[in-house]
Write a protein of this length. Structure first.
Length: 197
């Protein structure tokens, strides 16, 4: 009887060890997946920031008296460019929120710029502007996809940290691992667009 009990305990211990061993690399793999997904988000934000000076310069030629909107776009882009983006930011919800707020302000300024563009049919017909607008629209779509992928990577990582056996593995081998923040829509992004005819 004693051998049966010891054998059963041995099997249970072996199963727990196998279960933990099969998850031992998940936390760092998923963490790297989150960083890679964030890198794609950052890459698309950079692409958008690089397009903006060309877009502003093209619009300036047609709508130079729309100085306020052009200044707003330029200032919003500058704020975005001043933030140092690193993987450490992913662990700091306040810094991530500030970064997202700056990106939201830039999106809002670009929306107002597009409203100005609607007032200038000759600008909308300009080939350079059309190419820039198309690139910017494509970039906005890429940003949305990159954010979606980032959200999915954060979800997988957070689930690993919050469920068994990943929770145990993280507690034992990766005590520095923390739940990561995902994207949240800013108040500007949640506001209903105002359409005037």
């Amino acid at each position: 009887m004693k051998n049966i009990i010891l054998g059963a305990i041995g099997v249970v211990v072996l199963l727990v060890v196998i279960m933990i061993a099969s998850h031992i690399n998940n936390v760092p793999k998923l963490d790297e997946g989150v960083k890679a997904a964030w890198g794609q988000v950052d890459n698309q934000y950079k692409r958008r920031a690089d397009l903006i000076p060309n877009l502003v310069a093209t619009v300036k030629g047609y709508a130079s008296h729309e100085k306020e909107v052009l200044t707003e776009v330029t200032e919003a882009r500058a704020k975005v460019g001043q933030m140092n983006v690193s993987s450490d930011m992913l662990n700091d919800p306040n810094t991530l929120a500030q970064f997202e707020a700056n990106q939201g302000a830039l999106s809002s300024a670009l929306s107002r710029l597009m409203v100005v563009v609607e007032r200038y049919p000759e600008l909308k017909a300009d080939k350079n502007f059309q190419a820039l607008q198309s690139q910017l629209e494509g970039t906005e779509n890429r940003i949305a996809v990159a954010r979606k992928d980032y959200i999915a990577a954060v979800k997988k990582y957070n689930i690993e940290l919050r469920t068994v056996p990943g929770r145990w593995v993280a507690a034992i081998f990766y005590p520095e691992a923390e739940i990561k923040e995902s994207f949240k829509a800013t108040p500007q992004e949640q506001a209903t667009p105002k359409v005037e005819f």
